[in-house]
Design a protein around this ligand. Structure first.
Ligand code: GLA
Length: 700
């Protein structure tokens, strides 16, 4: 990922222009003895983020006081056009009004969505003769006030955008508010604006804390003249660790660079935001960027994970898709009130990582009523058992607990184990409470699968399923079924029913599954279902959606991995490229694979965090490649490369940078069904991490 030079400012010097602007506003004295270029983060809190430790679950919020103005006591919810339109022409008054209408008609307003926010490109490039901002008359013929009035009439609120720089981020160069803070804030307030997103482009190297604090004060002064409070969203991409200093500056602050509509981007942002849990609280939220749900670049399973994890992280929920054209499934996801209630819980705790191992994550959020929202998240490309316990997520000791599945909308009880087989890239989200009425709910059962759901057409694959009673009481009249697409042969090779399944015990069933010969390579839905009753006769059901993958057998001999079909590929910036470097976010925009001046004809161009999986069907011997950071960014890249054979890391490099020559990496992959090529960010975020798997080969 390349930040355009206009967007990131690495220089710390305050230019003459800026010093002039600030001086004119009388701001240079704001910092007393500390001076105007006090280093951001000087007033840090002592709280350190501790991802992966159970103690983080109960860690108290950061020591810094908040704004205490009663705003954003729960994470802001609403809409912002950026993720769906960027600056394209469809971003206009009709869109904004249309979204406000849909908020009301589709029940999203009732579900809590409130702010309808305009992003970049709403203004004309030049201010008027009085230095005032001018709305683009083509996009907003009635001006911003008219849009605000429309939105307010629906009981909703309006948000706007500008940058804490001389211009906004768009190349067309719309006016930014640096040096115009008080005048622009007053204009926003006069229009009836309720929310400002304040970006970071073209900031002239002026200290971030100073820039963002000036706008805080300007917004406060302006809103006092109108009586309309303004939520203040700091968007400096986490560059100056705003979580350490912005609690009394803004109500929320971006913690990362921009999200894009793909799995790798969402995952990388989630991982950067998770450790910041101790800094969040009412009126001061970590903002891992807006939602991509409904934009089409991820599966619905992945979007449910995105929405689940943003809710467990108490993130702002700003819908980023054009609701005038999204699917019913999108409305089901963003409209899930049980999940929204996790995000909006008044205690205002951001969920913390309880455990994370091998891509299996447990994240728990303490809720005001004493319950815990628990996300069992599977980062990997195959189903995984993810497990924890009532004790580990911080619940008090009890005979049993009520467990509510927030996506299936079903209640069960558990004796204490909180576990599930989670589909690839999926999240099971439950809310668990120590509740004396647990016995009214049937026991929870855990569904499991052993064996691979990867297969070749026409070849039978064997599986074993299990149904395990997690409750205090027996499950009665249990029956299990496995169903595949039409034409597939699914046969049980052992019993599928049992009259009574005692607490803690499992019904295991063997199966063979055969996709008909000629089935095209791809993913197919297979569903495992258990139906049963509680001892008092209450019917219960549990469903595990699975994906069977029909793969092409690996070719014998030595093949270029850049030219073989892969099973799956995820990438931190744009798509994985074949035989070229990663390039930018578009497909096919890479250059020749080049490591330290050496050009390679074949291989893969990736961007951390990346994983590319190949089916090797237990028929291959070695994977080899020349790996390194591609020259295309010139500097700042740091990537570590790993080769995995099924669940085992079989080869890896240390962190490589632009200064390093290619490293030969090779691994023995005998017996593996799947080989995975992983490129990590080297531990410092993904900026400029363009990795090459040059001359990558598979020998079978
Ligand atoms: C930056 C911000 C984005 C978006 C664009 C608009 O990249 O981080 O969220 O507002 O600017 O140009």
């Amino acid at each position: 990922m390349r930040h355009l030079p206009t967007r990131t400012t690495r220089r710390r010097a305050v230019g003459a222009l800026t010093a002039g602007l600030l001086g004119a506003l009388g701001l240079t004295g704001t910092w007393g003895t500390a001076g105007p270029v006090q280093t951001a983060g000087a007033a840090t809190s002592a709280v350190s983020a501790s991802a992966g430790s159970a103690s983080a679950v109960s860690a108290s919020a950061s020591a810094a006081p908040g704004l205490d103005d009663g705003l954003a006591l729960t994470p802001p919810m609403g809409f912002n056009n950026w993720n769906s339109t960027h600056c394209r022409a469809e971003f206009d008054e009709a869109m904004v009004k249309g979204i406000a209408d849909i908020f009301v008609e589709k029940g999203l307003k009732d579900a809590g969505y409130e702010y309808v926010n305009l992003d970049d490109c709403w203004a004309l490039p030049a201010r008027d003769a009085n230095g005032k901002l001018v709305p683009d008359p083509v996009r907003f013929p009635g001006g911003i006030k008219a849009v605000a009035d429309y939105v307010h009439a629906k009981g909703l609120k309006l948000g706007i955008y500008t940058s804490a720089g001389t211009k906004t981020c768009n190349d067309a160069g719309f006016p930014g508010a640096l040096g115009h803070e008080y005048s622009d804030a007053q204009q926003f307030a006069d229009w009836g604006v309720d929310y400002l997103k304040y970006d970071n482009c073209n900031n002239q190297g002026v200290d971030a804390k100073l820039r963002y604090t000036t706008m805080r004060d300007a917004l406060k002064a302006a809103s006092e003249t109108t009586g309309r409070p303004i939520v203040y969203s700091i968007c400096e991409w986490g560059e100056n660790k705003p979580w350490e200093w912005a609690a009394d500056v803004g109500h929320l602050w971006r913690t990362t660079g921009d999200i894009s509509d793909n799995w790798g981007s969402m995952l990388s942002i989630m991982k950067q935001n998770l450790p910041l849990a101790p800094y969040a609280g009412p009126g001061r939220w970590n903002d891992p960027d807006m939602l991509e749900v409904g934009n089409g670049g991820m599966t619905d399973t992945e979007y449910r994970t995105h929405f689940s994890m943003w809710s467990v992280m108490a993130a702002p929920l700003l819908i980023g898709s054009d609701l005038r054209s999204v699917s019913d499934e999108t409305f089901d996801i963003i409209g899930n009130k049980e999940v929204i209630a996790v995000d909006q819980d008044p205690l205002g705790k951001q969920g913390a990582v309880v455990s994370s191992e091998g891509g299996r994550w447990v994240v728990a959020k303490e809720m005001k009523d004493g319950s815990r929202a628990v996300a069992l998240f599977n980062e990997t490309g195959s189903p995984q058992r993810v497990a924890t316990s009532a004790k580990a997520v911080g619940l008090p000791e009890a005979d049993a607990y009520t467990l509510r599945d927030l996506w299936q909308h079903r209640s069960y009880h558990t004796a204490g184990t909180i576990s599930a087989t989670v589909p690839a890239h999926g999240t099971v989200l439950v809310r668990v409470s120590a509740d004396g009425r647990w016995a009214v709910h049937p026991p929870a059962v855990e569904l499991g699968v052993d064996g691979s759901t990867l297969t070749e057409a026409g070849r039978a694959t064997a599986l074993t399923t299990s149904v395990t009673d997690l409750g205090r009481t027996s499950a009665k009249r249990v029956s299990v079924s496995l169903s595949g697409p039409e034409g597939w042969r699914v046969r049980a090779t052992s019993p599928t029913t049992v009259g009574s399944l005692p607490a803690g015990r499992a019904l295991r069933t063997g199966w063979t599954v055969t996709a008909p010969a000629g089935t095209p390579a791809g993913s197919y839905d297979v569903t495992l279902k258990a139906a049963y009753r509680s001892p008092s006769g209450v019917r219960a059901e549990s469903v595990l959606p699975l994906t069977a993958t029909v793969a092409v057998a690996p070719p014998s001999g030595t093949s270029d991995l850049g030219r073989l079909p892969w099973l799956s590929a995820s990438n931190g910036w744009g798509p994985v490229e074949r035989d070229t470097s990663n390039g930018e976010s578009a497909a096919g925009d890479g250059g020749p694979l080049t490591i330290n001046g050496v050009v390679y004809a074949t291989g893969l161009g990736v961007h951390a965090e990346s994983a590319v999986e190949y089916y090797t069907g237990e028929a291959c011997e070695t994977v080899s490649a020349q790996v390194g950071v591609d020259d295309e960014e010139g500097a700042d890249g740091s990537v570590a490369f790993e080769i995995w054979a099924d669940g085992t890391k079989v080869a890896s490099t240390g962190v490589l940078t632009n200064a390093d020559a290619a490293v030969g990496l090779s691994a023995d992959v005998r017996g593996a069904e799947v080989v995975r090529l992983v490129a990590t960010d080297g531990g410092d975020g993904i900026t400029s991490d363009h990795g090459d798997w040059a001359s990558a080969q598979l020998a079978c």
